[in-house]
Design a protein around this ligand. Structure first.
Ligand code: SF4
Length: 316
């Protein structure tokens, strides 16, 4: 690990200013992804700004009947919150499907959204990876790509976003709140938060340099049956090959978002509109323009079958 300096931030705006003012600085909260990346020198920040003391760890009701989740609320606490379990069960189900109990105890809401891909070539500094080293190539293309993305990909990167929580939040129409180094705040719908890789896979979201996530808000509950179904190679502590987050109403309409298939939580209005027609109708719409490799082409059938199981469970 490369040496770095460290400070504890005193306010969200001061934290953002500190990251803006120091060379190669980063925020640190739970550190469950960043510390791993620093140990293998995929990340080498020269300065860490610790935001754990900022008090962004509460879950509060919003005036419009939703919830405001502080950026530092730990995944375990968010999953266990009675309001989340009652009104946003999809989120609890996605959270407990992720990582391990120990990791969920440390991992934060904002950090979960910002975690990096688990593409094995991204973590191997001897391999070409446009996301780690822009312009170096993509070892996954023509390499081991069974777990990689099938929609939203580019010829520069086919990595998936690894979060379960983000898939549920996408289905719930979450909004990200931030503060910038000059103190300005903004609200970014999660639907507009992530960027497709295109020619610049190292740019993963719309955050400005040193912009700090302070909270995630959920709109008022929409009811319905909430199901999160994750297909993976072992029963726990594994990333999704395919995951389906669905909210299904009594008449069969609703919303559906996918994990494990794209560089971001994957949801489209056109697929939502077809949900009542069943998995066979929804899948081609959700996976329109899919670009598969011989190793991950099975994800198309896996999506249809997982979605079919979810819809059947919701209707019963
Ligand atoms: Fe890197 Fe993306 Fe290619 Fe993986 S898929 S090696 S993260 S460029």
């Amino acid at each position: 690990m490369k040496p770095f300096t460290y400070e504890r931030a005193t306010s969200p705006a001061q934290a953002a200013a500190a990251v803006a003012n120091e060379h190669k600085a980063k925020f640190i909260a739970g550190g469950t992804n960043l510390l791993d990346l620093m140990k293998i020198e995929v990340e080498a920040p020269e300065h860490l700004v610790d935001i754990n003391g900022l008090g962004l760890d509460t879950i509060e009701p919003t005036p419009d009947g939703g919830l405001r989740i502080g950026a530092l609320v730990r995944n375990t606490d968010l999953a266990a919150d009675n309001r989340v379990r009652r009104d946003y069960a999809l989120l609890t189900r996605a959270l407990v499907a992720g990582a391990s109990g120990q990791l969920r105890n440390k991992a934060t809401t904002a950090g979960n959204l910002l975690q990096r891909t688990r593409c094995p070539y991204f973590y191997d500094t001897h391999q070409a990876c446009n996301k780690r080293l822009p312009g170096s190539g993509c070892a996954a293309l023509g390499g081991f790509s069974r777990s990689h993305a099938i929609v939203g990909v580019s010829s520069a990167c086919i990595a998936v976003h690894p979060s379960d929580m983000a898939v549920a939040m996408r289905a719930l129409d979450a909004t990200v709140e931030t503060v910038q180094p000059n103190g300005q705040t903004r609200r970014i719908p999660l639907a507009e938060f992530y960027k497709l890789p295109g020619a610049t896979p190292h740019i993963e979201n719309v955050l400005m340099p040193a912009e700090l996530i302070t909270a995630v808000t959920l709109p008022k509950p929409v009811g319905g049956t909430h199901i999160y179904h994750k297909v993976r190679d072992r029963a726990s502590y594994a990333f999704a090959l395919v995951s389906v987050a669905a909210i299904v109403q009594k008449d069969g309409t609703g919303r559906v978002a996918l994990g494990g298939v794209a560089p971001m939580p994957w949801r489209t209005d056109a697929a939502d509109a077809k949900l009542a027609e069943g998995a066979k109708a929804v899948t081609p719409v959700l996976l329109a323009n899919a670009r598969t490799t011989p190793q991950n082409a099975m994800k198309v059938a896996l999506v249809e079958r997982t979605l079919g199981a979810v819809i059947t469970e919701a209707r019963s």
